[in-house]
Design a protein around this ligand. Structure first.
Ligand SMILES: Nc1ncnc2c1ncn2[C@@H]1O[C@H](COP(=O)(O)OP(=O)(O)O)[C@@H](O)[C@H]1O
Ligand SMILES: [Mg+2]
Length: 257
């Protein structure tokens, strides 16, 4: 049984069906890339996996570690070990990075029946994670995402990933809006966390472009088109998309989709 099993998933927003029967399985130790043209439903799938209330699941199911989480709250999913890095991270004025990270960490510890983390242990853990993901130390005292550049926000997401050590990490367009240096840093951060977590974490990396996939190498590739996965395979699909673009997918499945 895979860690996450998505079966015949249909989801709507404002009564409009966006996902039209998605099947997807991801397990720890695997890196899955979900690709697809703009508007194909990639972020919708990420949001539905995370339990965003704006999206209604009308058919199908999501099972995580053997439990049906189709109706679970985002908080329950997070505590169960699903992590999501957002395409557009929000700013939290007045809350420092340190304070935010500590409250998230303590919420997870509480869920596991553990005591709140001591200040000393927290400092050590965060410092190690910052080093691993190359987040500068002075970030700790800044307000979360306030005035952060696109690249800095994405790096913060990867820092949270390193701290949370989820079973499944969903990274939605972690590469969007990044210049090549920022992309490199973020990709290195993802790889560093993946290397440290090894077979304990699965990754679902969502992207329109193939460039991050030359840095974070997928083991499985899925192409979403008009709310359905229309092509699946290994990394060779990334190369094919690079050469032929999405028009190729459209031509192949367009008539039936
Ligand atoms: N919260 C929302 N409200 C209204 N429409 C939405 C919402 N989220 C997604 N959609 C619509 O669903 C479709 C798929 O969007 P999205 O999942 O963001 O695609 P992608 O991430 O592949 O670009 C688009 O037509 C988009 O306008
Ligand atoms: Mg998107």
């Amino acid at each position: 049984m895979a860690d996450i099993e998505i079966r015949n998933l249909h989801a709507s927003v404002d009564g409009k069906e966006i996902l039209r029967g998605v099947n997807l399985e991801v397990s720890a130790g695997e890196v899955h890339a979900l690709m697809g043209p703009n508007g194909s439903g990639k972020s919708t799938l990420a949001n539905v996996i995370m339990g965003h209330p704006a999206y209604e699941v009308t058919e199908g199911s999501i099972t995580f570690l053997g439990e049906d989480i189709t109706e679970a709250s985002p908080d329950e999913r997070s505590r169960a070990g699903v992590f999501m890095a957002f395409q557009y991270p929000v700013s939290v004025p007045g809350v420092t990075v340190t304070k935010f990270l500590r409250s998230v960490m303590n919420a997870h510890r509480e869920a596991r029946g553990e005591e709140a983390i001591s200040l000393k242990e927290f400092r050590q853990t965060v410092e190690a994670a910052m080093e691993l993901t190359k987040v500068p130390k002075e970030f700790s005292s800044r307000y979360l995402n306030e005035g952060f550049s696109g690249g800095e926000k994405k790096r913060m997401e990867i820092l949270q990933l390193a701290l949370q050590q989820p079973r499944l990490a969903v990274l939605d367009e972690t590469d969007s809006g990044l210049d090549i240096d920022a992309l490199q840093t973020v990709a290195e951060g993802v790889n560093a966390v993946a290397g440290e977590q090894g077979d304990k974490m699965g990754i679902l990396i969502i992207t329109h472009y193939q460039r991050i996939l030359s840095l974070v190498k997928p083991t499985h590739v899925h192409v979403l088109y008009k709310g359905r996965i229309v092509k699946e395979g290994g990394p060779e699909i990334v190369t094919q998309l690079e050469a032929k673009g999405y028009g190729w997918i459209e031509e192949e499945v367009g008539a039936s989709a």
